[in-house]
Design a binder for this molecule. Structure first.
Ligand SMILES: [Zn+2]
Length: 461
């Protein structure tokens, strides 16, 4: 709490010294920050089933702080899942949000609007949220118990009821649509359409309806489970792009196929295009916040600069936990890189550390070096991560899970390498600590590194 209060004072000082925030010219048009409602919480939800739907005063305080920082760093939009339901809409839909929760969600949205940020709700399209409705009306689903059949006219009636509720219950500025994360219907009728065409048809149906009733809302398609690497799908994607504001290729599948193809695709689309912004540490819902130290400013900065150079202008950067010193720096650098992607991540990392750690020039360079080494110590062992979330613990569960980012992503030899580097980094952070005025954050980094070592030591060597 004290760290937050003093940070706010420094924010004000720095803001006025620079004449206020990052430059408004250029940069990404859609600078989103996306997550489930508790994904940025200072306090873990140690024993809640994922995704936790907790919404209380402590969480609102986290949002107040985050929204103020978002504005300062240059983020423009918050995409939030879990205002209404976690996995299942009730059959009557409106009982999803009680009076008390409704008031809290209204407060949360008000906090964002007070900072000039737009708020989009995550919206499952034919899936993500329809399990209970499908159980009550089994005819809605033909092959996939988690997804309604796109060819059933009654399924559209249910989807429409959900949209009506979503756009009238809270003053949201838009929606980020997801139809593919839970798979699709594979019945004989639906199988006429390839995967991309199938999801595009659903997203267009929803977008046309929303636009016919709420013209000024922003619409995005967040392509979890979708791929954009097949040139044969281009006509479908172009059709989709006429109906939405931006499209998110979550794993950067277009550039993975071929960087030239990503440029071609971006040039052909009528909407903005982007990714989730490089490798993302997925917020571990059940873990104490000092259990990992995995800053990612270099990889995300390089990723965003290259996306921008190809014409990408949208990003839904994943929520990070500001109470963790590595995540905090990743979030700061992301906001700055989205505002000014051509300045170079080094510049953004330097100004971030200068401000958060109140270092003077020499110590800043040393601290930068240590942050980048901490990033490379892990990411150089898993080079396949291009644009994806890194699960620290298993995502789904109702208690703190094992460190799968160490146990499964790394083999024994890599764990030994990582452990040696973590040990060296500990010693160097400790040594540098004498020259860094921000003692609290430096202590926290050391605690994080100790806990990483403890996790490594708990695994087979
Ligand atoms: Zn079907």
């Amino acid at each position: 709490m004290t760290a937050q209060a003093s940070l706010t004072r420094r924010e004000l000082l720095l803001g006025s010294a620079l004449g206020g925030g990052p430059s408004a010219a250029g940069g990404f048009e859609h600078r989103g920050y996306l997550g489930w409602i508790t994904d940025l919480a200072t306090e873990p939800d140690t024993n809640a089933a994922w995704p936790s739907m907790r919404l209380d005063e402590r969480l609102l305080e986290d949002y107040r702080h985050t929204f103020a920082l978002m504005k300062r760093l240059g983020f423009k939009e918050a995409v939030i899942w879990g205002f209404y339901v976690s996995r299942a809409w009730p059959v009557d839909i409106s009982s999803a949000v009680g009076k008390e929760r409704g008031a809290m969600v209204e407060k949360l949205i008000g906090l964002a609007h007070a900072q000039g940020l737009r708020v989009y709700t995550g919206l499952g399209v034919y899936s993500w949220g329809f399990e209970q409705i499908i159980r009550a009306h089994p005819e809605l689903s033909r092959t996939n118990p988690r997804a309604m059949c796109a060819s059933r006219p009654e399924a559209w009636e249910w989807m429409r009821r959900v949209i009506d509720f979503v756009f009238t219950r809270f003053p949201v500025d838009g929606a980020s649509l997801q139809s593919a994360d839970q798979g699709r219907c594979e019945c004989a009728e639906c199988r006429r359409y390839g995967d991309t065409e199938y999801h595009v048809r659903l997203d267009v149906r929803v977008s046309e309806y929303v636009r016919s009733r709420w013209r000024d809302r922003t619409l995005a398609v967040s392509g979890w489970g979708m791929r954009f690497d097949n040139p044969g799908d281009l006509p479908h994607l172009v059709e989709l792009s006429k109906h939405i504001d931006y499209l998110i290729d979550v794993p950067d599948s277009a550039a993975r196929r071929d960087p030239a193809w990503r440029r071609t695709l971006i040039g052909a689309l009528d909407c903005r295009f982007g990714t989730i912004g490089g490798p993302q540490v997925e917020p571990p819902q059940h873990w104490q916040r000092d259990r990992w130290f995995l800053p990612t400013p270099k990889h995300q900065g390089e990723h965003l600069a290259s996306l921008y150079a190809d014409g990408g202008r949208a990003c839904e950067f994943f929520f990070h936990i500001l109470a963790n010193p590595g995540d905090e720096v990743s979030f700061w650098v992301a906001g700055k890189a989205l505002s000014d992607p051509t300045a170079g991540w080094q510049h953004h990392l330097e100004s971030t550390l200068d401000e958060l750690y109140r270092t003077r020039k020499a110590a800043t360079a040393d601290l930068m070096n240590l942050f980048v080494r901490a990033e490379d110590a892990y990411l150089s062992l898993v080079p396949a991560i291009r644009s994806a979330t890194i699960s620290l613990e298993p995502l789904i569960g109702d208690r703190p899970g094992p460190p799968v980012y160490l146990a499964q992503r790394l083999g024994p030899e890599q764990r030994r390498t990582y452990r040696r580097e973590v040990e060296t980094l500990s010693a160097e952070f400790r040594k540098l600590g004498r020259d860094v005025p921000e003692k609290g954050r430096m202590r926290k980094i050391l605690r994080c590194l100790d806990n990483v070592r403890a996790d490594l030591d708990s695994l087979p060597r």
